[in-house]
Design a protein around this ligand. Structure first.
Ligand code: ZN
Length: 286
């Protein structure tokens, strides 16, 4: 998040953006998606100062993890409230921990609670929205989000992800798998030109059919060519292009409403530069 802040300043867009502190979500908010036991497991294992607790080999807690997780989910909810109230057209939640691997029953893969899924449920429950789109361009499959919304006709989820790669899910043979998931597994070394064709041919037709009233983005930037956690070849211009397509869909059907939440992205310079490209597209700054 510091790397992102640095690039926002270096790029000159920091003072063009309205920045807000993330409030804490309530435990009731977490229960919109997560089982009581999954929430209790995180809360019960928050370690003492200086210690770590491993929920699994990827997913560690420290003394600040509970508070950070509440603020990550709380940011997504507050952003949803702000766009629904018309205070702002769209928002980016610069938060960690990420969320899209967290299933209703378990944290995993760096993720404690599913920020985007919680905000999407909040949008349905509080505002009665019936057509929601979740766009996931993280390099990993958003298995937790898929599990939360599989076969829920109110939600369309579109994604691409490197395959095979953690968490080794989301690949459904033709005619099987949840009807509301547009999953596009891609081999290692796929570059932006191919990804843009996937967006044109697979995502956009589904989005135009669904006519979402709000778009949530699981905005992971680990498909960047500089990110060593995976092996895809996207660059900042690809994230800008994808974001522009989503801004146009939101303009047509959703009064511009987009809530984007940070997921992965581990090459810190590339992460910061990619977020700047994403935010410029969201804000309509060229
Ligand atoms: Zn990822």
């Amino acid at each position: 998040m510091q790397a992102i802040d640095d690039q926002l300043i270096a790029s000159g867009i920091a003072n063009l953006l309205e920045q807000r502190e993330a409030p804490r979500a309530s435990v009731e908010d977490l229960k919109l998606v997560h089982a009581d036991a999954a929430i209790a497991r995180v809360q019960a294992h928050i370690p003492a100062h200086g210690d770590y607790y491993a929920l699994d080999s990827d997913t560690l807690l420290n003394e600040h993890s509970w508070d950070a997780a509440l603020r990550a989910a709380g940011a997504a909810i507050a952003a949803t409230d702000a766009v629904m109230a018309g205070e702002i057209a769209n928002a980016f939640c610069s938060v960690r921990p990420p969320g899209h691997h967290a299933t209703p029953d378990s944290p995993m893969g760096f993720c404690l609670f599913n920020n985007v899924a919680i905000a999407a449920r909040h949008a349905m429950q509080v505002y009665g929205l019936e057509r929601i789109a979740i766009v996931d361009f993280d390099v990993h499959h958003g298995n937790g989000t898929e599990e939360a919304f599989a076969d829920d006709p109110r939600v369309l989820m579109v994604s691409f992800f490197q395959h095979p790669l953690y968490p080794y899910s989301g690949v459904h043979t033709a005619g099987t798998g949840p009807a509301n998931m547009v999953n596009v597994p891609l081999p290692a070394y796929t570059r932006g030109d191919v990804v843009r064709d996937i967006v044109r041919q697979r995502w956009l037709p589904a989005l135009h059919t669904h006519r979402p009233e709000i778009i949530f983005i699981s905005a992971g930037f680990d498909a960047h060519r500089e990110d060593d956690i995976a092996s895809m070849g996207l660059v900042e211009a690809d994230y800008a292009w994808i974001t522009k397509q989503l801004v146009e869909v939101a303009r047509l059907y959703a009064k511009g409403r987009i809530v984007s939440c940070l997921e992965g992205g581990y090459a810190l310079s590339a992460l910061g530069r990619s977020v700047v490209a994403h935010l410029k597209a969201l804000a309509g700054i060229d």
